[in-house]
Design a protein around this ligand. Sequence first.
Ligand code: SF4
Length: 392
Amino acid sequence: MTVDDILQRGADGGRITPDEALVIYTEAPLHALGEAADAVRRRRYPDGIVTYLIDRNINYTNVCVTACKFCAFYRAPKHGEGWSHPLDEILRRCGEAVELGATQVMLQGGHHPEYGVAYYESLFSAVKAAYPELVIHSIGPSEILHMARVSGVPVAEALTRIKAAGLDSIAGAGAELLPARPRTAIAPLKESGEEWLSVMEQAHRLGIESTATMMMGTGETNAERIEHLRMIREVQDRTGGFRSFIPWTYQPENNHLRGRTQATSIEYLRLVAVARLFFDNIAHLQSSWLTTGKDVGQLSLHTGVDDLGSIMLEENVISSAGARHRSNLLGLVWLIRSAGRIPAQRDTLYRHLRVHRTPADDPSDERVVSHFSSIALPAGGAGRQLPLEAAR
Ligand code: SF4
């Protein structure tokens, strides 16, 4: 089987094996890989639409007992820089998000030693009561395992209770690298990759869908990257509960990892393309312009990506580790349009809310800007504006 044969089968919608995925990841010319992945994208989304989302990541606490080596966000319990936001503050931020047009909130935080299932029930039910229009696409399997442990209940019970309290779907957070060797190297106290997947599988069976992610660039091998994809595809074959796959690049600042590894843009684009060819059972592929930069984000639209993710009105986690890329809404729309695609705002379920067929349809609210802080809408209502070149 030649590289061309594998690419052709993938482009035609046939299944490729993990071994074949490794062959094309390491040997196929980038343009051929991108072309095959783009063929899959065109077949799935012949309308040429690329979607984006307006949402806000709100971190309820940075206190965490898990101490992942790659994480620049957390503080150990009793650390002087640890914080937990009161419910009022979280609701205030949700209100700002709604005012700026957000349709989704991503509540995420550290593994606080006192936060069990009851904490999350009160958090989600309060957000749902105050802002029923906001979709709560939040937390990840690590937080779910942690809350179940703190409360001494089975994972299925924790899932059932937080779903009843208002959780709509689960973010793919905490996947990092699922295979044991690279995972243990960067997050020795975190659950295993198998446990992470098991929580997702249980959630899917309880009717809670999710996304899946991958953090690349901490020194994992090419084979381990492909193994990560294999582990996700196997669960997806059983449940169909992953709505999208979202690879992103590790940010190397302010953390405890030895060495300063980071995936290159080419490695990232190759992985994106292989993911589109490999995941014949996952509908959407999202790239991470926030960690790779807008240029690579735009290039990824030619290697199989159909979704550019969120403008992120607030982000505190990866920005702590060095991600500095920002955009306003017009800038994000411009990225899509100048790649020859039609931009459309979507909701969490990937339904199109607003299709910008011509520049006349473009959004005009210049306050909708990504922020690396807790400030999305300063007092007085005027959001910070980026100069045009920064916005693009
Ligand atoms: S990545 Fe999450 S679980 Fe790991 S230390 Fe950071 S906050 Fe804690």
